[in-house]
Design a protein around this ligand. Structure first.
Ligand code: SAM
Length: 275
């Protein structure tokens, strides 16, 4: 760990590599090691298996993961400037850090190394939900995720039925994972500061009881919440030829609206669609 302690401050790394933040890549960097170590500790145990970090940027969270004892970190970064800035950290990490230059949206986590795999990331906000939905589809390959989102996304992930934040993302995430909001982070913690508060959320794939294929659940939730003010007998007309029969067959009121259904109700609708 001595090599890690001797690394230059992150501000110097950013300056030396011209790593000025690019909005297009959702770049908001965390420079406070106390905060990044707190995020890393939330993902413990780090010494077993593989830690996948998406978007290491200048490497604040990456340093924290290594300092907190990660056995092996694979960091996937789209920005070649950041890959160059991480080389010194890679040397100091003594074989525990691999860098992959590429688009995380196009990478299967299983190809990055053996299980158990944990994903830990301060996500680029512009693609955070697309990345998460992709990982929900690959949940068999993932032991745990500790992820930073915009607070508004954290609210949606954890929302209960009959609340304004409850929607497609709540149903998909809560069906696949237990969702736990850990803590919020103020805009001032980032360089440059984003406009909104952020939230660190743990999503742990459930060991059993998950649909083998999430696509039917995506279809019914997209139809139901796409027209969330309408009654289900109408909004589900795009996915079932006889929505009233399906709803009544499952003991659900055809006049209910999407937000009144539980996650389990949506799963039963997805199973009905699959038949
Ligand atoms: N982890 C760093 C930190 O906490 O300071 C940086 C976090 S910043 C919010 C998001 C990072 O994700 C940036 O470094 C950005 O270049 C990278 N990124 C953006 N889109 C990406 C993608 N599709 N695949 C991989 N990395 C991406």
């Amino acid at each position: 760990m001595d090599g890690l302690a001797a690394l230059p401050p992150l501000r110097e790394v950013i300056a030396a590599h011209g790593l000025d933040a690019r909005k297009r890549l959702g770049q908001h960097f965390l420079l406070d090691l106390n905060l990044t170590r707190r995020i890393a500790r939330a993902a413990a145990p780090l010494d077993q298996g593989l830690v996948v970090e998406v978007g290491p940027g200048p490497g604040g969270l990456t340093r924290a993961l290594l300092l907190e004892g990660a056995g092996r970190v694979v960091a996937v970064e789209i920005d070649s400037r950041a890959i160059a800035a991480l080389k010194e950290l890679q040397t100091a990490a003594d074989g525990r850090l691999d860098l992959v230059e590429g688009d995380a949206l196009k990478i299967d986590v299983a190809t990055l190394g053996p299980a158990p795999r944990r994903i830990v990331a301060n996500l680029p906000y512009n693609v955070s939900t697309a990345l998460l939905v992709g990982w929900l589809h690959q949940a068999d390959q993932i032991a745990d995720m500790v992820l930073m989102f915009q607070k508004e996304v954290g609210d949606r992930l954890a929302a209960a039925p009959r609340s304004k934040d409850y929607g497609r993302l709540s149903v998909l995430a809560q069906h696949v994972c237990t969702v736990q909001r850990l803590f919020d982070v103020a805009p001032s913690a980032f360089v440059p500061p984003p406009k909104v508060v952020s939230s660190v959320v743990r999503l742990r794939p459930r060991p059993e009881g998950r649909l083998a294929d999430l696509r039917p659940l995506e279809r019914v939730t997209a139809a139901a919440f796409g027209q969330r003010r309408k009654m289900l007998r109408s909004s589900l007309g795009s996915v079932f030829s006889r929505p009233v029969d399906v709803l009544e067959g499952l003991g659900l009121r055809p006049t209910a609206r999407a937000e009144e259904l539980s996650v389990a109700d949506f799963v039963r609708l997805a199973e009905a669609l699959d038949k």
